[in-house]
Design a protein around this ligand. Structure first.
Ligand code: SF4
Ligand code: SF3
Length: 554
């Protein structure tokens, strides 16, 4: 049985995983992810038309978010869970179809014409038959039908939607949603079910995903800061404290908050892992004394680090890797993340996790004290905007570098460490997302009381970076591209894709992207990106710094 997937940066041979996913995704799961997305398009075909008649279905809206988020890299590896979602998709689609038909008939006095493609798809009734159905609608079939360039743009749009769905889902769990965002998910998935395209309309839709994602990241920023306050600069211990321990990974702050509540008084210390690190800056999370510190690095080191962690582990979102037997019994998943054979905590009762932590040995001694600082969201940075502006005007700060994005396993990612090491002392480094672990323990010092390395937060906090850049551009009376700011980004999965689309929507030019360019971008599409956005691959740290700062100054 074969498969084809090229949605992430570590895709096999830089072209596509076609026998087994480098991430651990097996062919059955790959086929069912493809089928789930096909089914989601069917829901959206009716959902989009129903909405144009004023009929909405909140269950269908949320289903689309969950279906898309479930298929993001390193989220859900449970093929049987995917099969359940596919059968549920058919039920949701039938419900939306009926509501659409009723509204159409009421308004036009006649029944609507029936739709085909994903709207007319009927699920097979057994798991194996469902897998075969998934294989038949895979990406290679579309490549044959539409050609490589159109498929590449369809996929770019789809991956953007997946990333946006993840952020919308995080906002939703904290009670923030926006109907215009749901309307766009239906519209865009309906668009992806069309029979024919022009490249121009596909490019326009791709950038529209970036535009709507800005709204979504704004919603999530409001959700996180509304629930937990604005992040403030906070020293985070990166060495263990003696005692029982739970490690929390992923991006979901609400899961962390619930766990902190449930572990109060148990004597268990809570540690953040990977993208959960910025949680330490939020007043309503840092108030818990047992939020003890951060453990380990980015996601790709988890097998070694979880193996060594003497407590229990909770994965709230991506990025999960195949658990080793040594810790499979003490790692738990929640939300949309799942791995076959790993206990999934559905109702946010973390008792099994807490019991596992109590049964584990915990840390037997304190580590030597070592700290890093987080908490430079837009509220903090813009709170010292006059200092920053004066420092730029006086020449004390020559240039800003946003070095952000995903981490990953490739050796070429050392570029980001070396770059930050080589950035001159009169430049400030802003960072976000899990790629920061390549350099966030470096001592970069200060400029006039301002730290030279400012951690803005998780990947979704790219919203904060955009707000900061927009405010500085305003203060200097220039456009975003005229600021003394360079964006040097690293990508791995589809959340990074949607953030890139948002930056392109904002017209930001000259982004350097690495460690490699996406396999799904064909030469012709790359040409469009280069011509319109001057996007370029990373080179060498010294060469890129020279190109940005000029020879003499670098
Ligand atoms: Fe391969 Fe990435 Fe797809 Fe996994 S998500 S199968 S590693 S391309
Ligand atoms: Fe990292 Fe998975 Fe993308 Fe949120 S945790 S940035 S890779």
């Amino acid at each position: 049985m074969g498969m084809f997937c090229y949605q992430c940066e570590q895709t096999a041979r830089g072209t596509g995983c076609n026998t087994f996913g480098v991430c651990g995704k097996d062919p059955e799961t790959a086929a069912l992810q493809d089928l789930l997305l096909h089914a989601a398009k069917g829901v959206a075909m009716y959902g989009h038309r129903a909405r144009q008649l004023g009929v909405t279905d909140h269950g269908a809206d949320v289903f689309l978010l969950e279906a898309l988020f479930t298929t993001v890299t390193n989220v859900n590896f449970d093929a049987h869970k995917l099969a359940e979602m596919i059968w549920r998709a058919a039920t949701v689609r039938d419900r939306v179809q009926a509501a659409y038909a009723e509204a159409y008939t009421a308004q036009h006095g006649t029944a609507p014409a029936s739709l085909d493609g994903p709207a007319a798809w009927l699920p097979e009734h057994t798991f194996d038959a469902l897998v075969r159905q998934g294989e038949a609608i895979g990406l290679d079939a579309r490549q044959e039908r539409f050609g490589a360039d159109v498929t590449a743009l369809q996929e770019l749009t789809l991956y953007g939607l997946k990333g946006m769905a993840a952020y919308a889902d995080h906002a939703l769990v904290l009670g923030k949603e926006d109907d215009s965002v749901y309307a766009f998910f239906h519209e865009a998935l309906d668009f992806l079910a069309k029979d024919a395209y022009t490249v121009a309309e596909l490019v326009a839709m791709t950038l529209k995903v970036g535009e709507v994602n800005l709204t979504v990241m704004g919603l999530l920023d409001a959700a996180n800061t509304g629930a937990y306050g604005h992040p403030v600069p906070t020293k985070v211990r990166v060495t263990p404290v003696k005692g029982k321990a739970i490690l929390v990974s992923g991006h979901d702050l609400k899961d962390l908050a619930l766990l902190l509540e449930q572990t109060q008084g148990t004597g268990i210390n809570i540690y953040t892992h990977s993208e959960m690190l910025p949680a330490h800056g939020y007043p309503q999370l840092k108030k818990y004394a047992h939020l003890a510190g951060n453990y380990g690095g980015a996601w790709q080191d988890q097998q070694k680090e979880f193996d060594a962690f003497p407590g229990a582990i909770l994965m709230t979102t991506n990025c999960i890797q195949k658990p080793r037997e040594s810790y499979k019994a003490r790692i738990y998943t929640t939300g949309l993340v799942e791995w076959p054979g790993v206990e999934h905590l559905t109702d946010k009762d973390f008792t099994p996790l807490i019991q596992a932590a109590l049964a584990a040995p915990g840390f037997d001694a304190d580590g030597a004290e070592q700290f890093i600082t987080v908490g430079f969201g837009h509220n903090t940075v813009l709170g010292v905007a006059p200092v920053v502006i004066d420092a730029v005007k006086s020449g004390a700060i020559r240039h800003f570098f946003l070095v952000g994005g995903c981490d990953g396993a490739k050796s070429g990612r050392n570029y980001y460490t070396e770059l930050v090491e080589q950035i001159p002392a009169d430049c400030v480094v802003l960072t976000l997302a899990c790629g920061k672990y390549r350099f966030n323990k470096l001592e970069l010092g200060e400029i006039g009381g301002l730290p030279r390395l400012m951690d803005i937060g998780q990947c979704n906090d790219a919203y904060s970076a955009i707000k900061i850049a927009a405010a500085l551009a305003d203060a200097f009376g220039v456009g975003l591209n005229e600021l003394p700011l360079s964006l040097i980004l690293s990508w791995y999965e589809q959340k990074a894709v949607v953030i890139l689309l948002t930056l392109l929507h904002l017209g930001i030019k000259g982004i350097r992207l690495g460690p490699t360019l996406p396999a799904f971008v064909t030469p012709a599409i790359l040409q469009v990106l280069v011509e319109n956005f001057d996007i370029k691959p990373i080179g060498t740290p010294a060469g890129d710094l020279e190109a940005i700062l000029g020879k003499a100054a670098a």
